[in-house]
Ligand binder design. Structure first.
Ligand SMILES: C[S@@+](CC[C@H](N)C(=O)[O-])C[C@H]1O[C@@H](n2cnc3c(N)ncnc32)[C@H](O)[C@@H]1O
Length: 256
């Protein structure tokens, strides 16, 4: 209800980001193949033995889960995946890290805009990771480096291999303490141009609290709340405000 549209934003940096990423409705060539892959998985009833090391699914807590149910409950929906694609395409970060691979669909959406540039992704469940690997092969994205294991071990491993990171997507283990801890670990490998995307910031009370704590961290210069995800920047070019809540203008057509 309180979110602003691009019409009331004066910062040229934030305005351009909204136009190029949030309001952009262009269909990219890769979207077709990615959504065909989602469809195939939605039809895949084979079961996986899932060991979820995180806060887990609110919908399905069973150990044996079908690929189809994982796609429907744990994987980011098409619109959000497309937004991640546009964000990466616009920012062109060369060294990228994803915390929470699941079946690899969001990894592919964020990898494909800059094929060849480094992309590391972390997943704790070996059987889910195996499907993600198959998906990377299907879309000829074998360069994505998949680290299998608890984030407690693999996060540092991935960050050390990358050295510094330009882009981080945090989408796993939605607990307050772990989310803040991952953020703080990532900070050590970040620079002023790094962007951190935090998924599901309003998913639970713990995630709301994690988002509040992170956006008020002394290193953060600019935050943008897009409701389903939040963006964190360590520089604030030509912007007077520090914290924005943004919604597409079509949802508030009366705002001029
Ligand atoms: C929400 S899903 C990721 C969805 C994916 N980014 C997408 O949109 O397609 C989170 C994943 O993180 C993994 N995970 C959660 N906590 C973990 C932990 N502590 N260590 C390793 N993996 C973990 C789960 O197994 C799950 O597959």
């Amino acid at each position: 209800m309180k979110a602003e549209t691009k019409r009331s934003i004066s910062s040229p940096f934030v305005k351009e980001l909204i136009e190029e990423v949030i309001e952009d409705d262009r269909i990219y060539y890769d979207f077709g193949a990615l959504e065909r892959l989602r469809k195939q998985m939605e039809e895949n009833k084979s079961t996986l033995n899932v060991n979820d090391l995180g806060a887990g699914s609110r919908v399905n807590k069973k150990q044996d889960r079908s690929v189809s149910s994982i796609v429907r409950t744990a994987v980011s929906p098409q619109k959000q995946c497309e937004q991640l694609f546009r964000l990466v395409n616009y920012l062109q970060p060369r060294k990228r890290l994803e915390i929470g691979t699941s079946l690899g669909l969001s990894s592919l959406y964020q990898y494909l805009p800059i094929r060849g540039a480094s992309f590391h992704t972390l997943e704790g469940c070996p059987e889910i990771a195996e499907i993600a690997k198959q998906n990377f092969r299907k879309l000829r994205a074998e360069q994505i480096k998949l680290h299998i294991g608890d984030f407690a071990d693999t996060l540092k491993q991935g960050l050390d291999e990358l050295g510094v990171v330009d882009y981080i997507f945090i989408d796993g283990n939605h607990r307050f303490e772990s989310t803040v801890k991952y953020f703080e670990t990532c900070l050590k490998y970040s620079h002023s141009g790094t962007i951190i995307v935090l998924d599901d910031i309003h998913w639970s009370k713990e995630m709301e609290a994690a988002w509040e704590a992170i956006k008020l961290h002394s290193s953060v210069k600019l935050s943008i709340d897009l409701f389903y995800m939040g963006l964190i920047f360590f520089e604030r070019p030509e912007s007077t405000e520090s914290h924005y809540r943004i919604i597409k203008k079509k949802y508030k057509p009366w705002r001029f």
